[in-house]
Every structure is written in C-alpha cells, then in structure tokens.
Design a protein around this ligand. Structure first.
Ligand code: AHM
Ligand code: MG
Length: 337
C-alpha cells in the first residue's frame, strides 16, 4: 500500500511528536507549490503563455526569457502558496532582495521559510534536471515582530529542510531531523508517495563532483584532493575515480543521497572576496542537513557548515559535502594547509 506525504507526516507526528500541525501544514503547502512548479517546468516552451502573466516577454530571446520567467514563476508560486495559511511569519528567497513578511491581512505564524525557487536554472533551457530547495526555521521570539535578524540562525536550528528535483521523475526529499525520506510525485494521483525511507550515504565513494574548468583557480587543498583522485589506482588513493557535474546542485546532491559521492563548490581565486558561489541559507544549509541526516558530512573546508553563524541573508559559502570519509579527507587537507 502506498503512503502519501500527508500520511507520512501524520504518522511521524504520532510516533515521534516531531511535526506540529503548523509545520505539517507548511510542508504540505511547500509540496503543493513544488507540484505546480513541476508542471510549469514540464511544459517548458509550451508554457510560453505564462509570459503574459509575467508581463512583457521579448520573443526574440525565448530561451533566456523562459529561464528567467520560470525562476520568477517558481518564486511567485512559493510566496502565494505560503503567505495565507497562518503558519509563517516571513519568507526569504534567492530571487528577492529582502525578506517577504506575511502581509497584515493574513494571520502570522512563527515559522520562517527560505528557498531557492529554481536551483540550477542555467539547465532549464537544455532540459536537464533542476529543483527547488527549502529550509524552515522558527522565529527567535514569538512575541516580537519578525525582522531579518530572525533569519540569522545557524543551520543547526533548522526544523525542516528539503528539495524537490524536477527530473525524469519529480522527487521530494525531506528531513525533519529524524533521517531522510524520499517521495515520488504520482502524476495520476496528483500526490507525493513515499518511495524511500532511511536514506543512507555510503561513507566511501569513487565518485566526485566539481566544476573542473575552475581548476586553475582552486586553492591548494582542493587541487591536492582532485589530483590524487585523478591519479587513480596508481596514485596514493589506490583506486580509480569517476566524475559527474550536472551544474544543478539539487541533481548532484540527489545522486549523492542515492549512491554516495562527494560534491564540491569551493572558494576559488576568480572572486577572492566571495566565500564561494553557493548560498548558505537557501542551498548549503538545507543540503548539509539532509546529507548529515543521511550519514554524510558537510563542511566549508574549515568547519561544519551547519555551525556557521550567518551574518547576511544572501551570504555565500564554500561547500564540500557527501560521503563522510571523503569530506573528512578534503577538510583535513584544508586544516593542515
Ligand atoms: P543558481 O541557484 O543560480 O541556479 O546557481 C547555483 C548552481 C548550482 O545548482 C550548481 O551546483 C552551480 O550553480 C553550478 O555552477 P557552475 O555553472 O559554475 O558550474
Ligand atoms: Mg541555486
């Protein structure tokens, strides 16, 4: 018998008391929003009538426009789905400059939602997997009005996190701090169905993911790690490695949760002032928690990502995550350096 997302959440609450009804509502609303983003993504160029909804669309630059439109559409879908339910105080998104406080006409809850509405958006026009990443925090003081300061909590304070990958299948992956579960969208039923529980990442791997075109800009520890992998059986690692780079973090992390591997988007010399490319609040924190909950590890080379105290909403961070032993190795190359 198949178990829907709703049933899973209700049973988790009954068995472990981890998902208060407000949080359950929040997660169901996020899942519903992901369902409609999935439909928009599936339509691709056929969905161009959506351009009218978004205002002017330069038809001469369809691919660039579709990509941009879908980013905005996904952002709007998430905002509209979530703002009226009474479970949220505010939202923050990779696509918005500042936080979106729930308007006065709706009741305010105590949760905070952060998201990257469409991660990997450079892949939209080439029909490669993309996804939505989300993270949930609780307001620091329930009796005070919400501000950006409420969002400045480390990843360890997350109460739920997940992503939805829009690939050959649409899969929602979720943690509430008690392991990782995967739900596949059943389009005939219109619901997410539990397809894997207790997801585990093997501690060892022979697969790495990094954008190799940046090699000349890397720092010594990253160079050393990749050089050793490339030397294969003849090198210090004594085994051959394989490489994958999808350029959609959701798709790369999904592969790692499925069969292991190590993913890196490290700091590099192209823009030395930037800590990395990926964003702490919308990408690194939720993915790091999922990976840790599946038995993997995640660091910025110096420290556990979940322990980083954020200072800015759109803060960037260097990311090394996946199979525990590999992440520990890369991290030790950094700390020794
Ligand atoms: P985005 O949120 O603007 O889509 O950027 C994040 C993406 C990640 O999904 C992916 O890992 C990375 O950027 C790819 O970057 P690059 O094109 O430099 O390889
Ligand atoms: Mg992104």
């Amino acid at each position: 018998m198949s178990i829907s997302l709703t049933r899973y959440l209700v049973e988790q609450q009954r068995a472990k008391g981890r998902i208060p009804s407000e949080l359950r509502l929040l997660l169901e609303v996020v899942a519903r929003a992901c369902k409609s983003i999935s439909h928009a993504v599936n339509k691709g160029a056929l969905g161009s009538e959506l351009g009218d909804v978004m205002g002017s669309a330069g038809s001469e630059n369809v691919q660039g426009e579709v990509q941009k439109k879908l980013d905005i559409i996904a952002n709007d879908v998430l905002i509209e789905a979530n703002e009226w339910g009474g479970h949220l105080a505010a939202m923050a998104s990779e696509e918005m400059d500042s936080i979106h406080v729930v308007p006065n006409r709706y009741p305010q809850g105590e949760y905070l939602l952060m998201f990257d509405p469409l991660d990997g958006s450079s892949n939209i026009d080439v029909n490669v997997s993309i996804g939505t990443i989300f993270s949930v925090l609780k307001k620091v003081d329930p009796n005070k009005g919400v501000s950006e300061d409420d969002f400045m909590q480390p990843g360890t304070a997350q109460v739920a996190a997940g992503y939805c990958v829009y690939g050959p299948q649409t899969t929602l992956v979720l943690t509430v701090g008690d392991g990782v579960a995967m739900f596949t969208l059943d389009r005939e039923q219109g619901s997410f169905v539990l397809t894997q529980e207790n997801v585990r990442i093997p501690a060892d791997t022979k697969e790495f993911a990094i954008n190799m075109s940046n090699m000349r800009h890397w720092d010594e520890p990253v160079k050393r790690y990749i050089d050793e992998c490339l030397l294969g059986e003849e090198g210090p690692r004594g085994k051959n490695f394989n490489m994958r780079w999808i350029a959609s973090m959701v798709a790369d992390v999904h592969r790692i949760l499925t069969r292991g591997g190590v993913f890196m988007y490290p700091w590099d010399k192209r823009e030395p002032g930037k800590a990395g490319k990926l964003r702490l609040m919308y990408e690194a924190n939720p993915m790091s928690w999922l990976v840790e909950q599946a038995g993997g590890a995640s660091t910025n080379g110096q420290q556990r990502i979940l322990d980083i105290q954020p200072t800015q909403l759109h803060q960037r961070v260097s990311v090394i995550l996946g199979s525990k032993n590999e992440v520990e190795r890369v991290t030790s190359y950094h700390t020794k350096a």
